[in-house]
Write a protein that binds this ligand. Structure first.
Ligand SMILES: *[C@@H]1O[C@H](CO)[C@@H](O)[C@H](O)[C@H]1NC(C)=O
Ligand SMILES: *[C@@H]1O[C@H](CO)[C@@H](O)[C@H](O)[C@H]1NC(C)=O
Ligand SMILES: *[C@@H]1O[C@H](CO)[C@@H](O)[C@H](O)[C@H]1NC(C)=O
Ligand SMILES: *[C@@H]1O[C@H](CO)[C@@H](O)[C@H](O)[C@H]1NC(C)=O
Ligand SMILES: *[C@@H]1O[C@H](CO)[C@@H](O)[C@H](O)[C@H]1NC(C)=O
Ligand SMILES: *[C@@H]1O[C@H](CO)[C@@H](O)[C@H](O)[C@H]1NC(C)=O
Length: 438
């Protein structure tokens, strides 16, 4: 069995450390309010994030940490696709147990601030609440909110959560997320996103958590299923949102989450969204091919085909860091990529990345080809490298072979500095290049 990204495989010869030193004292900018219907999106490593590591991480540790968390992410996504839970993969490296991108939300009356993780592949929102066993600090104090209520078993929302149970009259549910499981009450309170207050918003109020995948201050599901933010704010946001995710190396930069149709880009290329009724929350698209430089690489159509029965196909996901392609697709891309690196350099591996160079390289662009839309990724979205330039890796990998590997996941590293628009009413997803400055 392949063990992706084990720390022991680090080729120590290649270690050239880039220290990510979070700058201190930028609190004023960190506290700057969100405007209109647009929320600031921060990377967890940004100076404004309380989840950033207390000590600086080396470049390798940063990358390997993110890649390790991807393993849990991929088993979660595969479990959605397979409609059965997959035994989670022990990821080994859990330096920081937090999601990749966070936004600030206010819950309750008076409002309590929570930094919630963005997740386009989850429907429900959940928040760690007072009384929670196994949650980290910073709980939402439901007793301090005058608008908080728990929902009863008769509430329609009780049928929309996974595995609902009734304790007395209160509705609760259990859920597996990555390597974690949670038990939560189905509750309602006002949630305020930027300037928009959403009264009686239904969410999971976490009462018990195990494992290390639960985002410390909750999760904001941006999926399109029944209990999602989109379905609960239908009149306000019309199931439309976009985000621009900042590069994880540009620590000062923040991106944005723009909710609703107002202010969305006009000049943007679209591809149709596909709907898998069995996996209603996932944003499937039809990827028809991949170009490396000018060459369309040879990928068997079955590696890309959308199939509602098996869950196969391609999704856009905000929570996975590095794009994963099923083996026949990844191998074709990687082989052509290697062929295109002039002057060679030594190909080596770094953890689970198998195409790394110890000399500066000139990389070809990679174009993801979708129905109606080609997205040519600039080098910043393809390569990870130390600022010294001493190690450069192709920032993609093969889907892990120990989970149900049918899904191609376009991950957040490949979406950074692009605006990605989810237009559910018109059933389309748009992508336009955009530097995510604040
Ligand atoms: C969750 O539900 C249980 C059982 O009804 C109840 O005892 C507990 O107080 C609730 N907690 C919150 C925060 O809603
Ligand atoms: C949900 O989790 C609780 C607490 O861990 C447990 O007592 C209960 O049996 C679980 N219910 C289901 C349906 O798995
Ligand atoms: C929210 O719920 C409360 C009590 O259940 C109800 O009185 C109120 O009308 C609801 N507000 C909205 C905007 O639906
Ligand atoms: C980040 O912010 C710090 C402090 O505000 C500043 O000194 C530094 O130049 C900024 N770096 C970038 C890349 O903008
Ligand atoms: C989907 O996969 C199933 C199982 O492998 C197969 O029988 C079916 O023909 C596929 N459907 C399409 C439309 O390709
Ligand atoms: C995408 O690129 C391919 C190959 O270069 C080209 O044939 C196709 O027309 C392009 N599609 C769009 C929508 O531009």
């Amino acid at each position: 069995m392949k063990t992706p990204f084990p720390s022991s495989l680090l080729p120590s010869i290649l270690l050239a450390l880039l220290y990510l030193t979070p700058s201190q004292g930028s609190d004023l900018t960190c506290e700057s309010p969100d405007h209109g219907s647009t929320l600031k999106v921060m990377h967890v490593y940004s100076p404004c994030s309380p989840f950033r590591p207390s000590k600086s991480l080396s470049w390798e540790d940063t990358v390997l940490d993110m890649a390790a968390k991807d393993e849990a992410r991929l088993s979660y996504l595969s479990s959605l696709v397979a409609a059965k839970s997959v035994v989670p993969i022990a990821s080994g490296r859990q330096i920081i147990q937090s999601p990749t991108y966070i936004v600030r939300a206010q819950i309750g009356t008076p409002p309590q601030t929570m930094l919630m993780a963005l997740d386009t592949s989850s429907d429900a929102a959940w928040i760690p609440c007072d009384g929670c066993v196994g949650c980290s600090s910073n709980l939402f104090s439901s007793s301090q909110s005058t608008t908080y209520k728990t929902l009863g078993c008769q509430a329609p929302q009780c049928n929309q959560v996974p595995n609902p149970t009734c304790a007395g009259t209160a509705c609760s549910f259990n859920l597996t997320y990555g390597s974690s499981s949670i038990a939560a009450n189905v509750s309602q309170d006002t949630i305020t996103l930027a300037m928009d207050a959403v009264p009686n918003y239904s969410f999971g109020c976490i009462q018990k958590a195990t494992g290390t995948s639960v985002p410390p201050q909750g999760l904001l599901g941006l999926g399109r299923g029944p209990i999602s933010l989109l379905s609960q704010t239908q009149t306000l946001y019309q199931s439309t949102f976009s985000y621009c995710l900042p590069n994880f190396k540009s620590l000062n930069f923040s991106g944005s989450l723009r909710l609703g149709p107002v202010g969305q880009p006009i000049r943007i290329k679209y591809t149709p969204l596909l709907k898998n009724p069995r996996r209603s929350s996932l944003y499937y698209v039809n990827m028809v091919g991949i170009r490396v430089g000018r060459k369309i690489v040879d990928i068997p159509p079955s590696a890309l085909a959308f199939n509602t029965t098996t869950g196969a196909g391609t999704i856009f996901d905000s929570g996975t860091v590095f794009t994963r392609l099923v083996a026949p697709a990844y191998n074709a891309v990687r082989d052509e990529f290697r062929r295109r690196i002039k002057g060679g350099g030594i190909v080596s591996s770094l953890g689970g990345f198998d195409t790394c160079y110890s000399v500066p390289i000139v990389a070809p662009t990679i174009t993801l080809m979708f129905t109606g839309m080609n997205v040519t990724l600039p080098v910043d979205n393809i390569l990870i490298h130390s600022t010294a330039g001493s190690i450069t890796c192709l920032a993609m990998a093969s889907a892990p072979d120990n989970v149900n590997s049918v899904l191609n996941v376009i991950a957040n590293m490949q979406q950074q500095n692009h605006r990605v628009l989810f237009d559910v009413p018109n059933s389309r997803l748009g992508v336009a290049r955009e530097p995510c400055t604040r």
